[in-house]
Design a protein around this ligand. Sequence first.
Ligand code: ZN
Ligand code: ZN
Length: 342
Amino acid sequence: MGTTQLVEDTGTGSVHLNPATIAPASAQKKRSRWQSLTKSVGAWFDSGVMPEGVAEFPDFKIDWWRTLPFILLHLSCLTVLLVGWSWVAVGVAVSLYVIRMFAITGFYHRYFSHRTFRTSRFMQFVFAVVGNSSVQRGPLWWAAHHRHHHRHSDENRDQHSAARHGFLWSHIGWIMSKRNFPTDIRGVQDLAKFPELRFLDRFDNLVPLVFGVSLFLAGWASEIYAPGLGTSRWQMLVWGFCISTVVCMHATFSINSLTHMFGSKRYRSKDESRNNLWLALITLGEGWHNNHHYYPGAARQGFYWWEIDITYYGLWLMSKIGLIWDLNPVPREVREANKLPA
Ligand SMILES: [Zn+2]
Ligand SMILES: [Zn+2]
């Protein structure tokens, strides 16, 4: 006989299985693998193909297909070796880093996640679009995961706890995992009632795509109309979009990883959060992470005048011109209580 005989031991004797009867099972497996792949790739364009809600933790499986654009974005930075640099391109990259870092800390974090000030519906949408241009998913996804982090900080179910799951997982692993791709809408009902925010959250690569293409076109226009600037369409894309975005991503991720590892603790908090001046400078104020975990309801994270919090200065300025209002302060009695011995 040239065919392999498949045998299942039932415990009461052997039953011979015809390979034809098990073929549908393997075909089904193949089909479900194909479905999962098309779902992962489909989610590049429409994250709505992934069901809302969150699978049970722990699920450390990386979704490599879903993560491919994230990996390619990192690799694209290497093309700087081909396109070279210019002062204009580097200046644009730095400016867009600062603007989008501010959008992440001031809008995605302090507004959407913690609601530490108020604004109009129009400005709320603008904040969401600018935040979305940082390529850190939509505002609902970002806020839902961040609120979960505060509820379960450094517990086993915290999706990016460096103490529980190590540096690499807390920095990038969790973002690439199957479990963390969907938006758990239950934790952001206050934001989900706005259809425009749900739209951005669902098509979360749309704004980044338009943003990247616009930079490329601006660079092209400069080649034709302002060659004196010494830049090019490819430099605008690589410096202005790729490099600036990747650096902004890792600065943001360092708050999830490094500020739960390195720095000082001022307040008794139930987690490993720390205050770190260097990370506060890089992230425009987010490094005062122990302050923030202790009292997340405040618009400021530097609690004392010497704790540099550039995002707060920006928000304060925006409140002075009426774009936002009702910035939550840190009550003095809260600030002075629950300190650890120096
Ligand atoms: Zn934290
Ligand atoms: Zn927070």
